[in-house]
Design a binder for this molecule. Structure first.
Ligand code: NAD
Length: 336
């Protein structure tokens, strides 16, 4: 097996706990790997770097093309630009892929949910173009470009085709944001008609779409959205299948990919040893598939599925009493 070099960013809050757990599981599965551990987020500043995204960390991801990242804390209202926004823009990680699917052993309101959110990751209201026009009046610019809308639409249809998915639903608010959300619709329709008529296509206004998602999520397959809606809808979908502890994610570009859970740094439970590491472990499994290590990915998937079905060592968010360490040990025992 070829040796892989993977950049590991532990992150802030529960980040070091869940990334340490994921590293152990991936190694126990048998991946031949060299980890290049580098900081980002508040941790980077604490370690003496001048910024939350040190050049060394960025350069390592550019060189090795793949990273596993724990969540980072972004201070609200002031200070540094978000690490995540910077990473996605600087590495051109234009597509976030976030699968939410029902897991045997995780009790939820619905069964057979299997939704993949594909979120445009580089523009929209995340452009960071905010200004004070006059005291007491501020604006925030929502940017949409034909290049980025076409790129994410093509990514979504190609993804759906490769992964044998049947339908793409674009969630939008083009009735109000006629130009920006309208552009995504125009581009998505064009890609559907010209390149991927094999995939069923529908459009839904986001507010009604959210209602339908919580009424019957099983009618949805792949959701395509602009940046902010994708952020919100990802957490909504996580709630349908057991919460943020069980939803992985990836940020994909043409030259690099960064794998991370949908959840944040969870400061309310950081350092208590109770965080569920499964979302990052599942992100690691997505990373193994990306690295063409499908057999190892499947091995880990089988191991955590067995632990969930047994139900003896679930973390608190899934209704159990196990800590992060006990849960990981249970997975490791299945891998041995
Ligand atoms: P959060 O996702 O950190 O937490 C929301 C709730 O879910 C909390 O009650 C938390 O305890 C719980 N939770 C999250 N992950 C969990 C896990 N693995 N196991 C068990 N429970 C879990 O969202 P937040 O509190 O809104 O944000 C906290 C910080 O994280 C903010 O600074 C935010 O900017 C940042 N954030 C970072 C990322 C990222 O780095 N990718 C993503 C989202 C939020």
């Amino acid at each position: 097996m070829a040796k892989h070099t993977i950049v590991l960013i532990p992150g802030d809050g529960i980040g070091p706990e869940v990334s340490g757990a994921t590293k152990r599981v991936i190694e126990a599965a048998g991946l031949s790997v060299e980890w290049v551990e580098l900081p980002a987020g508040a941790t980077a500043v604490e370690q003496g770097f001048e910024t939350v995204l040190p050049q060394r960390t960025l350069a390592a991801i550019q060189a090795h093309r793949v990273a596993l990242k724990g969540p980072v804390t972004t201070p609200i209202g002031k200070g540094f630009t978000s690490v995540n926004v910077q990473l996605r823009k600087k590495l051109n990680l234009y597509a976030a892929v976030r699968p939410s699917h029902s897991l045997a052993g995780v009790k939820t309101r619905f069964e057979n949910v299997d939704i993949i959110v594909i979120r445009e990751n580089t523009e929209g209201l995340y452009s960071g173009l905010e200004q004070e026009v006059v005291p007491g009046v501020v604006t925030s610019l929502k940017v949409a470009t034909e290049v980025a809308c076409t790129r994410i639409a093509r990514f979504a249809f190609r993804f759906a085709t490769r992964h044998h998915r049947k339908k793409i639903t674009v969630l939008h608010k083009a009735n109000i944001m006629k130009m920006s959300d309208g552009l995504l619709l125009t581009c998505a329709r064009r890609i559907h008609e010209d390149e991927y008529p094999n995939i069923e296509y529908e459009e839904m206004i986001i507010d009604a779409g959210c209602m339908k998602l919580v009424q019957d999520p099983t009618r949805f397959d792949v959701l395509l959205t602009e940046n902010l809606y994708g952020d919100v809808v990802s957490d909504l979908c996580a709630g349908l299948v057991g919460g943020l502890g069980v939803v992985p994610g990836s940020n994909i570009g043409d030259d690099a990919a960064v794998f991370e859970a949908v959840h944040g740094s969870a400061p309310d439970i950081a350092g208590k040893g109770v965080a569920n590491p499964l979302a990052l472990i599942m992100s690691g499994v997505m990373m193994l598939d990306h690295l063409h290590e499908a057999a190892l990915a499947q091995k880990i998937r089988r191991a955590y599925e067995a632990v969930l079905v047994e139900g003896k060592t679930l973390t608190r968010d899934l209704g159990g009493t196990a800590g992060t360490g006990e849960f990981v040990e249970a997975i490791l025992s299945k891998l041995r």
